[in-house]
Design a protein around this ligand. Structure first.
Ligand SMILES: [Zn+2]
Length: 849
């Protein structure tokens, strides 16, 4: 093997040192490469050994045309020089410079026109998710170059030819269909069909011990790869999973008027997957638990599954066929996927109130970030792809759909759809920016889409909107809570006015600082005015005093479930702004729950009660409330006529149970001495009960955890439980050791495990003894961001702070921020987002004590 690498500054390459690209992929490097590289193709081979600790050997031939060779060709490869065996150009070994995670090929070697660079390397493991019996590549947002040399940016789309050498008894799946396989005594070699042009973050392969289910729908064959050991569970779920995919595909082909663009269609269910799903064309990945549902699955989980499947399928057009040019527009593909998913899922769930679903699944989460000091615009700046992970979050997943619905309302559904068709057609197999779409829409419409986009998309935060009621005149005023900006947001609102007996909806287009409601004088004296009542309006609403009092009394009597849902969301915001007392909110919830007949509202209320209970109440107040609450939840599942609602109540009970009687009951359920009629508890349910019992310090908790560990049939779930167990120990030193272990990146590789452990470590019942983890947990954040997947920093902070509500804890966070004035801005935002509840709780607790 020839090794001609030249390293460091002593290299002979003719490369001025100021030309060495910075680490990661800067916007500048990406733009320069996008300009000069065409017709890109990767011929890739990986040899994956059975043992997860042995290295994966790889080889890549990068074929491309250079439009001009005034710059060196810079490939990205994070593992660096020690992982490179050889580099050759047109078959001849060459010397290259390897620095800052790049392979720099001096321009002397390359020429205009066709070039082929061949590299033999050891693949980096960081984005290959290697487990004992399986592995999967996950390259979003720019992690392909952690594994193999490539141009790791979304607007250098390439065609991939992949060949894998794998252990004989393994399966393999990639973007392209399998086209050949050769078997030897030890190994299996599988070749995959060349892909369409796709971005690096969408290229993938998974291999290991998977079971494969096959089904045909509408003349297309689908494959599902999974590791579920419970055959009955597979049987119960499989048809629904295939049906949901087929339905989504058919709907999207019709809406876009473009046939599915990527040939074959498979998907892989991965245990403890980092995300709900990932849209690799031809090989979608899902978190197994979100797709293979237990018998006790709630209506929300079934809807969630349908939405996730439709979301990922929508990405085949929105994201995969037309891709953002740069990751600052990643929100576009996410909002379209969510938006289409909502349209697709609706007909499959005729019994569900979809307006209400849109409300409860988007508004609370969007507010959860947009109300904080850590909020940011939907469209952000991004200087380097190594920060791309920080683009993701509730602002793009939940606020953007609300904003997109406003755009559709403004343009009209048909014009909006036709604009999207034009955009997809024009940019297919290529890249486009948000501004490209704004232009398409602006050209087709007489509305000023550009100005609208400025307030909603290019700036962060939400309007503060107040009701102004003066005798017979009603107006809404809006102001910008951000100092010195003076934005106004144009939006469609549906105002609900009336009494619990009779209501009326008034459409209002909010424009400018003050919007007067015409014809309000003709309405006889209303009991309440709810600007969010129709489920559309977005902002921080201050109700007039009379309406607030009226709703705190009569909310459960409102007839329309969307109005009730909106009222709950609005009152919760009022609680956070200290205009509604937590005790009054909970009291209203206790009266409302027995009367509420919509599962989504019940979930919403139970979620808020849980939040109020653990965050905004003192321990004595919790103890005082617990008997009533437990009684109410038990009555709830007894009354419920379907298992999903029973399950909703049972899970809430499990979360808040505080009385001796309640805990004893839960223990009996776990021992299988007590049954809840109509509710079957599966392995994960029993595991959760065991953990909840342990965190409550029941006398024999160590035995319960041990016994639970022995009960597991599923090895993946068992391994997760074993990992989390020490976090539940009644011995403080064991818990401390668990926290210490999280400082080692190896113990954070399975992120959902680490998060579950960290969450229990900081459970409200352990808050006093776990405050000491806050500071070191925050000290780790930069490393967490550097070594983890995209949601990990936010989830880490949520798990670390979620159980705390003391002034001391709030002060620790503030002290950390004060001591780090130059902290990376996006991580600072994440801290401010995660700490918002803690800050408010500390304030509210102060004023209520
Ligand atoms: Zn997505």
């Amino acid at each position: 093997m020839v090794f001609l690498m030249t390293l460091g500054s002593g290299c002979g390459a003719k490369l001025p040192s100021n030309n060495v690209p910075e680490a990661g992929i800067s916007a500048e490097l990406a733009a320069q490469r996008a300009e000069s590289i065409r017709n890109l193709r990767y011929d890739l081979w990986f040899s994956v050994p059975a043992s997860a600790t042995e290295p994966i050997l790889g080889r890549v031939a990068v074929h491309f045309d250079l439009l001009d060779n005034s710059h060196p060709v810079v490939l990205d490869f994070e593992p660096g020089a020690e992982s490179i065996e050889s580099v050759s150009l047109h078959g001849k070994p060459i010397g290259v410079d390897v620095r800052n995670g790049h392979i720099i090929v001096p321009r002397d070697f390359t020429s205009r026109g066709p070039n082929v660079i061949e590299i033999v390397f050891h693949a980096g493991d960081a984005s290959l998710n290697r487990n004992p019996d399986f592995m999967y590549a996950l390259f979003v947002p720019a992690r392909a170059h952690l594994a193999f040399p490539c141009f790791d940016q979304p607007d250098l789309k390439a065609q991939y030819n992949l060949e894998l050498t794998i252990p004989k008894d393994w399966q393999a799946v990639s973007n392209g269909a399998e086209v050949h396989r050769t078997e030897s005594s030890q190994n299996l070699v599988i070749g995959f069909a060349e892909t369409q042009p796709i971005s690096t973050y969408l290229f993938t392969f998974a291999t290991g011990k998977f079971k494969v289910e096959t089904a045909e729908r509408n003349g297309r064959t689908f494959h599902m790869y999974h590791r579920e050991t419970d055959d009955k569970k597979v049987e119960r779920n499989r048809d629904a999973i295939f049906d949901l995919h087929a339905k989504a595909l058919a709907w999207l082909e019709d809406y876009t008027q473009i046939p599915y663009p990527f040939g074959k269609f498979d998907f892989v269910l991965i245990p403890s997957f980092q995300f709900g799903g990932m849209e690799h064309p031809g090989a979608i990945y899902y978190s197994a638990s979100g797709i293979m549902l237990d018998e006790s699955a709630t209506e929300n989980q079934m809807l969630g599954r349908a939405s996730t499947i439709s979301h990922e399928t929508s990405h085949m057009w929105f994201g995969d066929l037309v891709t953002m040019r740069w990751f600052n527009d990643v929100w576009m593909k996410e909002v379209f996927a969510n938006f289409m998913a909502a349209k697709i899922v609706n007909p499959s769930f005729p019994n569900v109130n979809h307006e209400l679903r849109f409300l409860v699944s988007n508004y609370p989460s969007a507010y959860g970030v947009d109300r904080t000091e850590g909020t940011h615009p939907i469209r952000q700046q991004l200087e380097n792809l190594n920060a791309a992970g920080q683009m993701y979050g509730a602002i793009i997943y939940q606020k953007a759909p609300i904003v997109m619905r406003q755009l559709e309302l403004m343009l009209g559904a048909d014009q909006f759809r036709d604009g999207l068709r034009e955009y997809l057609k024009r940019f297919q197999y290529g890249n486009a920016t948000w501004l490209d779409l704004v232009k398409v829409m602006d050209d087709r419409s007489d509305k000023d889409v550009t100005s609208w986009s400025k307030a909603w998309v290019e700036e962060g935060g939400r309007p503060s909107i107040r009701t102004e009621l003066n005798g017979q005149s009603l107006a809404f005023t809006q102001s910008d809570p951000q100092q010195g900006r003076g934005l106004t947001w144009t939006q469609q609102m549906q105002i609900l006015v009336g009494t619990s007996a009779a209501t009326q909806t008034i459409p209002v287009e909010m424009q400018g600082a003050r919007t007067e409601v015409k014809d309000f004088a003709s309405i006889s004296h209303p009991g309440f005015i709810l600007p969010t009542g129709g489920g559309l309006a977005y902002g921080d609403f201050t109700l007039d005093d009379a309406s607030r009092s009226y709703l705190l009394q009569h909310l459960p009597e409102l007839k329309d479930p969307v109005a009730r849902g909106s009222a709950w969301v609005t009152l919760w915001e009022e609680l956070l702004d200290k205009r509604v007392r937590p005790a009054d909110f909970v009291d209203l919830a206790l009266r409302a729950l027995p009367l509420e007949n919509t599962e989504q509202n019940i979930q919403l209320i139970l979620g808020h009660v849980d939040d109020a209970f653990w965050h905004y109440m003192s321990e004595p107040a919790r103890i005082a409330l617990a008997p009533k609450l437990e009684q109410l939840y038990r009555a709830g599942w007894t009354r419920a006529t379907n298992s999903s609602l029973k399950s909703v109540y049972f899970r809430s009970f499990r979360s808040i149970v505080r009385t001796n009687e309640g805990v004893t009951f839960l223990e009996r359920v776990w021992h299988r001495d007590e049954k809840i009629p109509g509710l079957t508890l599966a392995e994960p349910d029993e595991a959760s009960i065991a953990l909840e019992l342990a965190v409550r310090g029941v006398a024999n908790s160590a035995t319960i955890l041990e016994e639970q560990r022995g009960r597991f049939q599923n090895p993946d779930r068992k391994a997760r439980f074993e990992f989390v167990m020490p976090a539940l120990s009644d011995k403080p030193e064991t818990r401390d050791a668990f926290f210490e272990s999280l400082k080692d990146v190896k113990n954070r590789r399975r992120e959902p495990w680490a998060l579950e452990g960290l969450g229990f470590l900081n459970h409200p019942l352990r808050a006093a003894s776990s405050e000491k983890y806050i500071r070191p947990g925050m000290d780790l954040l930069i490393e967490i961001q550097r070594t983890g997947d995209i949601f990990f920093p936010k989830n880490w902070m949520d798990s670390l702070l979620g159980g705390h509500n003391s002034q001391a804890a709030a002060d620790m966070v503030k002290k950390f921020l004060a001591e780090h004035p130059d902290y990376p801005i996006r991580l600072r935002r994440i801290i401010l987002q995660s700490a918002d509840d803690l800050f408010r709780a500390a304030e509210i607790m102060k004023s209520s004590s």
